[in-house]
Design a protein around this ligand. Structure first.
Ligand code: SF4
Ligand code: SF4
Length: 383
């Protein structure tokens, strides 16, 4: 389509054009959903979000509970926070770097860091090294390039968001035809699976009614593998998660001590959790991303817990500045490592845990004492 042709809304042809441009910008998938606050689907999404937040399932994630002056949740409909919004462009980027799954056999005493957080790019000063990247920055850069392309042919109001927008991105992704929402609550696409990260551009461009068919059929069928595999029973029903029980929330978002009843289920996960995606049959056929900004940093795959435990503040910064782990911080990471050490059954971690049991940080000290007791229960003969 000629770039000089100015357009004023999303038709089927314009969405096809967008998908091509999104691929040029480094995304795997893209689509457009109406966001005018009147669509039935958006209304239903808003009700679901309200019920979920009111039930307390969002835990300490205060940003999900923010409300507009009229009491509506800010994320319950895009036009609640952005009155000029008429549509949302949702893009997905595959991040499945080469490497094992979290359920594959690993060395005794290895932890697990969520796959998306392995990411790095070649260092400019030392090409033999990868330096940390954070998908927020990577996606935002690509989104701004795509926004520029849209603006060139369809001048409009627009705003780019990666995780921070006033919308439920996965609901918008499903309405934009990017995929269906799987029973594990991720967006699944037949070709890409669920190893994708979402980003969105809210625009003032209307979606033209006679445009294009968006609904992607739900292909979970009778499968319940993700629900069966979740070690903390966070998937309380298909497509319904109690985030307070989810290991990703517990290891990344939760401050202070972690509920004792959930610690055993956390297993060796120290940052994030990939289990309900590892077991999903749709991910068996998903492509490997050879993305120069999301290259897997080998040291972060199955990292030895003792290595993580021994990181000083300077070393933590050197490894994780500019990565998704930076915000979670060393303090919370070490709390998680203590729990994983307890779950490992490895007597070699006792020395570290005994040191931590007297730590100044009461949360770390308590986690270490719990882990020592757990080691006593798991492998008393090896102590
Ligand atoms: S990420 Fe892990 S803890 Fe969370 S729902 Fe999936 S399997 Fe359960
Ligand atoms: S594991 Fe099965 S039920 Fe769960 S998201 Fe994948 S296909 Fe759907």
């Amino acid at each position: 389509m000629a770039a000089a042709t100015l357009m004023t809304g999303w038709t089927e042809a314009r969405v096809i054009w967008l998908r091509d441009k999104a691929k040029d910008c480094g995304f795997s998938l893209a689509g457009v959903a109406a966001a005018d606050g009147r669509t039935e689907a958006e209304h239903v999404d808003g009700i679901r979000l309200k019920e979920w937040v009111d039930a307390g399932f969002s835990g300490e994630m205060e940003y999900l509970k923010r409300r507009a002056a009229d009491g509506r949740l800010l994320r319950s409909g895009i036009s609640v926070a952005i009155p000029w919004a008429r549509s949302v462009v949702v893009c997905a980027m595959n991040y499945f770097g080469e490497g094992p799954l979290s359920l594959d056999t690993a060395d005794a005493g290895a932890g697990w860091i969520g796959r998306y957080a392995w990411s790095g790019r070649q260092s400019e000063t030392d090409p033999s090294r990868l330096c940390a990247t954070d998908y927020h920055e990577v996606l935002l850069g690509r989104l701004r390039t795509l926004e520029g392309e849209i603006q060139a042919v369809m001048p409009c109001e627009s705003r780019c968001y990666v995780d921070t927008g006033p919308l439920v991105e996965r609901a918008a992704a499903a309405r934009a035809g990017v995929g269906w929402i799987g029973k594990n609550t991720t967006v699944l696409n037949q070709a890409e699976g669920s190893w994708t990260l979402l980003a969105s551009i809210i625009t003032s461009l209307p979606v033209e009614a006679s445009g294009y068919a968006l609904d992607v059929a739900d292909r979970c069928g009778t499968c319940t593998r993700c629900l069966d595999a979740c070690p903390t029973d966070a998937l309380i029903a298909p497509r319904q998660m109690d985030a307070r029980r989810c290991i990703a929330y517990l290891t990344i978002e939760k401050k202070g001590p972690i509920d004792e009843g959930l610690r055993e289920g956390m297993g060796r996960q120290v940052f994030g959790c990939d289990i309900c995606q590892d077991v999903c049959p749709w991910n068996r056929r998903g492509p490997v991303a050879h993305d120069s900004e999301m290259l897997p940093r080998r040291e972060l795959i199955n990292p030895d817990l003792e290595w993580l435990a021994g990181l000083t503040s300077a070393e933590f910064r050197a490894w994780f500045k500019g990565s998704p782990l930076e915000r979670t911080g060393k303090k919370r990471l070490h709390r998680n490592v203590a729990i994983a050490m307890g779950n490992s059954g490895e007597a070699r971690f006792r020395e570290r845990l005994q040191t931590w049991a007297d730590a100044e940080d009461p949360v770390l000290a308590e986690a270490a004492r719990w882990a020592l007791a757990r080691l006593d229960r798991l492998a008393p003969e090896r102590l």
